[in-house]
Design a protein around this ligand. Sequence first.
Ligand code: BG6
Ligand code: MG
Length: 213
Amino acid sequence: MRFTVVIFDLDGVIVSTDEYHYLSWKKIADREGIVFNRDINNRLRGVSRMESLAIILEKASREYSANEKEVLAATKNALYREALTELTEQDLLPGIKETISELKKRYIKIAIGSSSKNTALILKQVGLAHEFDAVVDGNDIKNSKPDPEVFLLAAARMGAAPEQCLVVEDADSGVDAAIRAGMKVAGVGQAAANSKASFALGSVKDILAFVGC
Ligand code: BG6
Ligand code: MG
């Protein structure tokens, strides 16, 4: 298989933001008296902000209006962005820098395909703002994963056909999105155990064994 493009998910693949998301949502849930724990947080991986809130509100004892939901999501995002100011290169997941640098040496194009609307801030904080050939994020799409839109747009921006692209994902919703985009997907973290992924990675750098060599 000859991949010419690797599309990386951001949260959970390039950088570990789980705890920042968790703590910000936890503050909101605690203020509202809604049960929220790390198991529920795991279900938010790859899912958009408003869909994440909908999952959290499954445990609420009352209905929330559209306006209340907007306020809760905006408050969570303000807390999250404040927490992201603490994010540094140290939060990059193991092997990311070496993998990016080796893919460039092999003339493989690299892109980000993320549901997050905070992608630009996160890339800046970890020092990767200028490393990718294309960045497609939650601001560019109407439908978040498992819809294939984010990956199809990334491929289009790279001028690549889906079969030329390898997606690297940590979320089951992202694995489904990649498959629906007609792309092969390598699962890392939680998604390494997803039987729908074409490759199971112990670490992101494992893709160097089969991409561009
Ligand atoms: C995804 C995360 O990358 O982005 C989700 O895995 C998150 O947990 C989603 O809900 C949206 O993030 P943001 O930064 O736009 O609130
Ligand atoms: Mg992810």
